[in-house]
Design a binder for this molecule. Structure first.
Ligand code: TYD
Length: 215
C-alpha cells in the first residue's frame, strides 16, 4: 500500500477526510481563516468539484436519481473530477509555492470506492495514482467520529440526503473502518483527530501539526 515518493513541489498540500458529518469542512474553514490571518498564501478547495467541469461531475455523482451508477463508473467519475482538479487547481497552486487545503481527496476514493464499494484498494489506488501523477498530500487530517453520530448531525441539519449520504448504514460503517486502516497504511502523513471534541480544541491540534510542516 505505502509507496515512497520524493516530493516534487514547492507548496504544501493538506487534505481533510472523514465520514459524513465529521466536521472536516468546519476544520478546513477554520484553518483557512487562520492561515489568511498569518498572511500565508493559501488556496481552499474541495472534491468532488473544485472546477467548473468538476461541479458538473459532482452533480451527477450526488444525484439520488442515479441510484444505479455502477461502482466502477462511480470510481472513474471521482477520478475524472480529481484529474481535472489536480491539473487545473492543485498543481498550479503547489508549483507557485502555495498551501493547498482540500476537503476530501484520494483517501475518499480509497475508503468509499475501494473498500465500501468493494472495488479493492489496489485498483482504486492505481487509477488515482495514474490520474494524479502520484500526487499525494503532505498531511491528511482524519476527523474521527462514529458514523452514526455524523449521520445524525446531517439529518438534523437538512431534509434531503444526497446519493452518497443516503447509502445504507453498513456502507458508512465500512467507510469509517476503511479510514482507520488508511491511517495505519500512511502513518507519515495521517493525523487522526477526535471529531467529537469542541471545534476550537480540534483547531488547536490542527494548527500544531500545520506549524510543524510549514516550519
Ligand atoms: P460532499 O457533499 O462534498 O460531502 P461531505 O460534505 O461529506 O464532504 O459529497 C461528497 C460525497 O462524495 C461524500 O459522500 C463522499 C463521496 N466521495 C467518494 O465517494 N469518493 C471520492 O473520491 C470523493 C472525493 C467523495
Amino acid at each position: 500500500m505505502e509507496r515512497n515518493r520524493a516530493p516534487k513541489r514547492k507548496g504544501v498540500f493538506i487534505t481533510f477526510e472523514g465520514v459524513e458529518g465529521s466536521g472536516k469542512t468546519t476544520q478546513m474553514n477554520m484553518l483557512h481563516a487562520h492561515l489568511i490571518r498569518m498572511k500565508i498564501d493559501v488556496v481552499a478547495t474541495h472534491e468532488p468539484g473544485g472546477t467548473k467541469l468538476g461541479e458538473e461531475i459532482r452533480r451527477i455523482l450526488l444525484d439520488p436519481a442515479f441510484a444505479n451508477i455502477h461502482p466502477l463508473t462511480e470510481a472513474v467519475l471521482y477520478a475524472a473530477d480529481r484529474a481535472q482538479h489536480v491539473y487545473e487547481v492543485i498543481k498550479p497552486a503547489l508549483d507557485a509555492g502555495k498551501v493547498v487545503l482540500c476537503d476530501r481527496y484520494i483517501d475518499s476514493s480509497l475508503a468509499y470506492q475501494g473498500v465500501a464499494r468493494r472495488l479493492g484498494l489496489e485498483g482504486v489506488q492505481n487509477l488515482n495514482e495514474w490520474v494524479t501523477d502520484d500526487l499525494y498530500p503532505d498531511l491528511t487530517f482524519l476527523l474521527e467520529i462514529p458514523y452514526w453520530v455524523g449521520l445524525n448531525r446531517l439529518r438534523k441539519g437538512k431534509k434531503d440526503l444526497d446519493r452518497m449520504e443516503g447509502q445504507p448504514e453498513a456502507f458508512h460503517e465500512q467507510v469509517q473502518e476503511a479510514y482507520r486502516t488508511l491511517a495505519k497504511f500512511f502513518p507519515h502523513r495521517f493525523v487522526v483527530l477526535n471529531g467529537e471534541e469542541k471545534p476550537e480544541k480540534i483547531h488547536h491540534q490542527v494548527m500544531q501539526e500545520v506549524k510543524k510542516i510549514l516550519g
